[in-house]
Design a protein around this ligand. Sequence first.
Ligand code: NI
Length: 258
Amino acid sequence: MIFDSHAHYDDEAFDTDREELLAQCQAQGIEYIVNVSASLASVKTTLELARKHPFIYAAVGVHPDEVGELNEENFAWLKEQCQDPKVVAVGETGLDYYWDKENHEVQKYWFRRQLELAEELELPIIVHSREACADTLEEIKRAHTERLRGVIHCFSYSPETAREYLSMGYYIGIGGVATFKNAKKLKEVVKMLPLERMLLETDCPYLAPVPYRGKRNSSLNLPYVAQAVAELKGVEAEEVIRITNENARKLYFRGRDL
Ligand code: NI
């Protein structure tokens, strides 16, 4: 059974067939999905989705592109939402210097605040980092404590950087990019990464794997990612699916009675 550790099923790309698609996911071996919010509005839609579907859990946080909307008042509201029993993580949060929508200092400030929130509430953190390798690592090192755990989602950096995160206990999220022919660096990361530290993710509707690259993604495509990982590791896809499921449970469900 597959655990999709990072999805956005509240996205408007799913407005026409969301319920049918989620039913199909459940029928085709998707055991759990963590739906990840990226803005205050999507915190609400993510929670609605998680309350409606027993197999969907929620991450609440604000993406670096959207941190301009945050202030003390709505950040306090965000913290309250973490009390919902379906919330299993804070995120996605981090730094994005590719789209570069918000000033770097503003991005760093709200990334720190969300790291502190995760630490305080003992929730894992879901980190988004694009073209901000050094600053992200610096923030995470600064925030590091024994009980702060998390995942670097859609990992796009070098094996050396992956090692730094592994040494702090982080998981690495692997998705559709692992199937792309030109993804040489990520393939090197997958080769060095112990299966025990890897999570499967779609980031759907984005980043569909080959042979659906460029199309709308869904959890139904995760077997293609598992297969690509399996080939790089020299194991069976089934083993990749089983171990990444155990990893996601350990990260998101620790101490929960399911
Ligand atoms: Ni995402």
